[in-house]
Write a protein that binds this ligand. Sequence first.
Ligand code: GAL
Length: 807
Amino acid sequence: MQLRQFSLPFLCFLLCLHQTLFAQPTRVREDFDKNWTFHLGEAERPQSVSFNDASWRKLNLPHDWSIELPFDSTSPTGTGGGALRGGLGWYRKTFTLPATDKGKNIFIDFDGVYCNSEVFINGHSFGVRPNGYISFRYDLTSFLKYGGEKNVIVVKVDNSKQPNSRWYSGSGIYRNVWLVKTNSIYVDNWGTYITTPKVSASSATVNISTDILGTGGYADITTTIVNAAGKPVASQTQKNIHIGALQTAKQVFNIQAPVLWSLENPYLYKAVTKITSNGKLLDQYTTPFGIRYFNFDVDKGFSLNGKKVKIVGVCNHHDLGCLGTAINTRALERQLQIMKDMGVNGIRTSHNPPAPELLDLCDKMGFIVMDETFDMWKRSKTQYDYSNDFDEWYKKDLTDHILRDRNHPSVFIWSVGNEIPEQGGKKGDSSGIMYLREMQQIVRKLDTRPTVTANNHVQSWNQLLKSDINDLIGYNYHHNDWHPDSVQKTWGRKPFIVTESVSALQSRGHYDMPSDSMRIWPKRWDLPVDNANADLTCSAYENCFTPWGSSHLATLRMFLKHESISGMYVWTGFDYMGEPTPYPWPARSSYFGIVDLAGFPKDVYYLYQSLFTTKNVLHLFPHWNWQPSQTIDMWAYYNNADEVELFINGRSQGVKKKSGDELYVMWRVQYEAGKVEAVSRKGGKVVASKLIKTAGAPAKIIVQADRSTIKADGKDLSFVTVKVVDKDGNLVPDAANRIKFKIAGSGFIAGVDNGCQTNLESFKAGNVKAFNGLALAVVQSNGKPGSIKLQAQSAGLLPAAIDIIVK
Ligand code: GAL
């Protein structure tokens, strides 16, 4: 065959075709979650390659083994740890690599393993990584076999020393795992750093530094900035860079008329880095980023892109209720959506580095994140916690945390510690200053964002605040001390933020009368709670909170008063597993949430919504099922209206309006069966109304899915709310009927819950009792397209069913 017979365009076409068909991808990042085996407990040298794991359980990651265990009053994790056991677990995975992978660098990335993980590849150990929240990478390259020979990766997870956490930690490889393959010249792990030092409406300077690793030779680096529509807006090439062990390329861009990242429009650009040598593409690496500027001002608080924003944040722990800590992106997204709908614009990752997916979501959805690293330093909070590893690991863990998270536009503040015992005592312990100085230096070398510590001691003897090392003054609680004069008198003129607040205690749908009788629990840790409710509930009026905290109302009133308060992070957005203050066993999950563990809002959710959203809110509570003539306090949270009028069976109970710094209205009324209705008016016109009827006996079930179509990816979820209603469809406010689920088709039940803090039944059972009328089933795709039918039944009630499309 003679080449000259072909035209030039045809030859080009053949060349392109060859490149497309036979080109090696430059970088591969594979989901490495599938096909692991798992064993709970000791085994005879399972790290050895020849170990036979045929009898072990087969599973896909992410996996939290603790959530599968029964609640246990004797668990050494204590109720603080959710009364679920930790223990020792082993994971194994056998895999092969094609011969064509030889010569590549092959890494394994763990987003998080709780805790004390030790990873073995083909019998070689990388040593122990104690921190259960940190992301880490190992270079597998020199230990691997290719061309169909078997490789065995083994992960030992040791969460057996207990207690080691003040909340439910979960156990296992509970975050995602990735296998990354690169050529010999490549962008390092977390190897880009993007800052936007000068930003205005007309232009932005974007600095991008890229760490390139390799084993010699020369390469060109091209970085292209691509806007959200996928259009390149700037590009630069640096030619002939000598790649030694490590080379950092620094590029400066100017973006005209940038679209700024904001809470309303969280606009993301991408930096696409390409490394080429002799025209051959060696690596391609993408970094999403945002362009925005912000400021913390001592007098005016926080501003984003020049506009004042009061940070209305929540603290959350990392569990996902009945799913445990096994990360699921949809479950996280749902939590954030529920928060956003309430008016929340900030998230604190208390008290540890979060799953990377949380920050990706916060970037896309628009949240102001306080990204926290530690709950303790050298001095412990529980016997076997991270304090034991602190000296050896804190510099590395903090460095890795910052390197991983510093390109996220949603991250605004680094918190290097929560309620650190080294705040010092009245006697003047100053050991924390050394650590704090060291950490500030680490952060400053890596990033420009402000740092903070979350301080529960705000007296002038606090060594951390006194040292003046952090950029922000952070208070946990002490709402009566937030006046700028008081803060500045003690600490000078430094921006102020409330790192944690409130700690109110509430059970959804439970009310202790009268609503102005205060339950400040626990008075003392060493004594049982006096006047405890026999059913271990806490009142969902604003009358139950901890002595160090306050009602939401009291804290909010102070928060709204002072411009100098940059923001606050309320303890907590969601109830979480563990820390069931103020109660002992059988309470096993917290009462602090604005939303319960199942994701059902408590009444106070609507207080925030009325204050911090533009939605028309009129929330009337409690329910209308009481004893004849019982005195009941009817509360309403409302906005966008001048007044609210209450009617009982059509008779007015009077018109009320919020005055001064009041945030709600209340009527003290006599109960009579029938209906209660609130009507809000603006300028004499009705803007909203809310009707509650006395419910009859439970008669039927209603099911509602948050999404009726989900992805067939084996991970996506539909959250199905179950309501127990009377024959007319009114929610039965104390219904506790047992709901049994049947599921068929392309899915399974990943968990069930009802939001009750003392429910000791398994989240993995196919049935659950309603709690105050509600229950939840979480339905997960099994990876196959099709549909799912979920049926909910209960003895004596009309059943209900729902279809979910999976595609
Ligand atoms: C805070 C602490 C939180 C949580 C909370 C409960 O002092 O920072 O982690 O324990 O109390 O009120």
